[in-house]
Write a protein that binds this ligand. Structure first.
Ligand code: ADE
Length: 223
């Protein structure tokens, strides 16, 4: 999979992809992440990327030209499964969307700032508008990093068995059950007997029951 990210703050994206699973995925050739500085595409002599909004009001709006030129260049080189705009007024991200995105070949993400991008970019280029939750970040970069992480870990081959995505919370609309590791007793706090019983059928049933109870209490909307 190839992911292109358009941003005015490329340095914000240096960190999230440089370590752990996302770094390994890139090294193993399972995904390529390309960061594009929107300012590099500005034809304006001051390299502007934003301007005042028509109709007045506080806050700047990101200009069409640099973003459109960058997208046009990338689209001439390959087809994109989705052109995603990260925005708090988008569809709220969930695991099932991540599963679908992870099947794509090429994804393009646009990070907004200030009041956001000119609506005409949304009308004529963007195919999906995604929010990572009902709160407002200072820009779309951290949201893009969250989205990339949630997608890339699902690409076949990225995670090994120990980190299998199949037993994650939300994969079957259930929150994950509690997990324990050694020692079996710490400070008098004991691991549930069932987990040390060696009976995997009973262990599976216990985990399912725990997942169900947790979901019923914390997220009944998922059931
Ligand atoms: N940009 C600012 N806030 C955001 C959010 N909650 N989700 C996606 N992009 C954003």
């Amino acid at each position: 999979m190839r992911i292109d990210i358009l941003t005015i703050l490329p340095r914000l994206l240096d960190g999230p992809f440089a370590d752990s699973i996302l770094n390994r995925a890139q090294k193993n050739g399972l995904c390529e992440i390309h960061i594009h500085n929107i300012r590099d595409y500005s034809t304006d002599k001051h390299k502007s990327v934003d301007d005042y909004q028509f109709g007045g009001g506080a806050g700047m709006v990101m200009l069409i030209q640099p973003i459109a030129d960058c997208i046009d260049k990338l689209k001439a080189e390959r087809e994109y499964d989705e052109i995603i705009y990260l925005t708090p007024d988008g569809d709220r991200l969930n695991q099932s969307m991540c599963n679908t995105f992870s099947l794509g070949k090429n994804l393009l993400m646009i990070c907004g700032h200030y009041k956001g991008i000119d609506q005409r970019l949304r009308d004529h280029y963007v195919t999906r508008e995604i929010s990572i939750g009902d709160y407002v970040l200072s820009g779309g970069e951290l949201a893009a990093a969250v989205l990339v992480d949630a997608i890339v870990r699902l690409i076949p081959g990225v995670m090994n068995d120990e980190t299998s995505a199949l037993t994650d919370s939300f994969q079957d609309n259930l929150l994950a059950p509690p997990v324990y590791t050694r020692p079996a007793e710490y400070n008098g706090w004991k691991v549930p007997d069932v987990l040390t019983s060696g009976n995997f059928k009973v262990i599976d049933e216990w985990r399912m029951q725990q997942a169900f109870e947790k979901t019923k209490t914390r997220r009944p909307d998922l059931l």
